[in-house]
Design a protein around this ligand. Structure first.
Ligand code: NAP
Length: 243
C-alpha cells in the first residue's frame, strides 16, 4: 500500500484515536489534531512505539483561525491526501428549550469545521490528483433523533456535503465518503444512562455496542487504494440498528 499523509481530527480519543492508530499501522504518516495536547502526545507515543509515524497539531474546529493555523503547520510536514473529519460534539436538548449557542456550537464544530478542513486540503489533493476525504457522520443523521436536533442536523449536513463534493471532485480523483457509526463505546456514549443503553441494545441486531476500532477499520478501507471506485457513499457501521 502507498504511504500517504493523513490528517485526523478528534484524534485525541475515541474513534479518532483508533483511526489514527489504524492508518499509522497501514503505513501512513498521521497528523493527529484536537484541542488536548497531552492526549494527542499520548496517541502519538502509542503510534511511534508501534513503529509508525505521527505528528500532532492543536486545532479548535469551532475557530476558523485555529483551523487555518493547524493546516499551516500540517503543510510543513507535507501534502495531506487523506482527511478524516472525525471530531464532533453533542449539546443535547429539546428543540423548544435549545439555546441558540448550543445550536451554533454543534453546527460550527461538526459541520462548518469539517467544511473548512476540506477547503484546506483541496489544493494539495488536486495537485496530487489523488485524495480521500472521509466524514464521520452518525446513524441519527439518517434516522433522526428526538433531543438532538442540532447534532442530527450537523450529521445529515455532513452526508449532503459528502455527496455534493463527491460529484464536484470526482474528476480530480478525490473520493469523498461518509461513515455513519451506530452506538460506539467511547467517552461520547459513556455519559448515557443504563435505561437508554438497554433500549438501544434491544434495537441492535448484532446485540452489542460497537468498538472504536470497528469504525477505524472502515476508515482505513475507504482511505485505501482498494476503495478507489467508491465515492459519495454512506457506509453504515451500526450493527444493523438502522438499515
Ligand atoms: P469522543 O470520544 O467524545 O471524542 C471526540 C473527539 O473530538 C475528541 O478527540 C475531541 O478532542 C474532539 N473534539 C471535540 N471538539 C473539538 C473541537 N472544538 N476542536 C477539535 N477537536 C474537537 O467522541 P467519539 O465517540 O470518538 O466520536 C467521534 C466522532 O464519531 C464524532 O463526530 C461523533 O459525532 C461520531 N459518532 C460517534 C458515535 C458513538 O457512538 N460514539 C456514534 C455516531 C457518530 P479534544 O477534546 O481533545 O479537542
Amino acid at each position: 500500500m502507498s504511504s500517504r499523509i493523513a490528517f485526523v481530527t478528534g484524534a485525541s480519543r475515541g474513534i479518532g484515536r483508533a483511526t489514527a492508530l489504524s492508518l499509522a499501522a497501514a503505513g501512513h504518516t498521521v497528523i493527529l489534531a484536537a484541542r488536548d495536547q497531552q492526549k494527542l502526545d499520548e496517541v502519538a507515543g502509542a503510534i511511534r512505539s508501534a513503529g509508525g509515524a505521527a505528528h500532532t497539531v492543536q486545532i479548535d474546529l469551532s475557530s476558523p483561525e485555529s483551523i487555518q493555523q493547524a493546516f499551516a503547520q500540517a503543510k510543513e510536514i507535507g501534502t495531506v491526501t487523506i482527511l478524516v473529519n472525525n471530531a464532533g460534539i453533542t449539546r443535547d436538548g429539546l428543540a423548544m428549550r435549545m439555546k441558540p449557542e448550543d445550536w451554533s456550537a454543534v453546527l460550527n464544530t461538526n459541520l462548518t469545521g469539517a467544511f473548512l478542513c476540506i477547503q484546506q486540503v483541496l489544493q494539495g489533493m488536486m495537485k496530487e490528483r489523488w485524495g480521500r476525504i472521509i466524514n464521520i457522520a452518525s446513524v441519527v443523521g439518517e434516522s433522526g433523533n428526538a433531543g438532538q436536533a442540532n447534532y442530527v442536523a450537523s450529521k445529515a449536513g455532513l452526508v449532503g456535503l459528502t455527496k455534493s463534493l463527491a460529484i464536484e471532485l470526482g474528476s480530480r480523483n478525490i473520493t469523498v465518503n461518509a461513515i455513519t457509526p451506530g452506538f460506539i463505546e467511547t467517552d461520547m456514549t459513556a455519559v448515557l444512562g443504563e435505561p437508554i443503553r438497554e433500549k438501544m441494545l434491544a434495537n441492535i441486531p448484532l446485540k452489542r455496542f460497537g468498538q472504536p476500532g470497528e469504525v477505524a477499520g472502515a476508515v482505513k478501507f475507504l482511505a485505501s487504494d482498494e476503495a478507489a471506485y467508491i465515492t459519495g457513499s454512506v457506509l453504515r457501521v451500526n450493527g444493523g440498528m438502522y438499515l
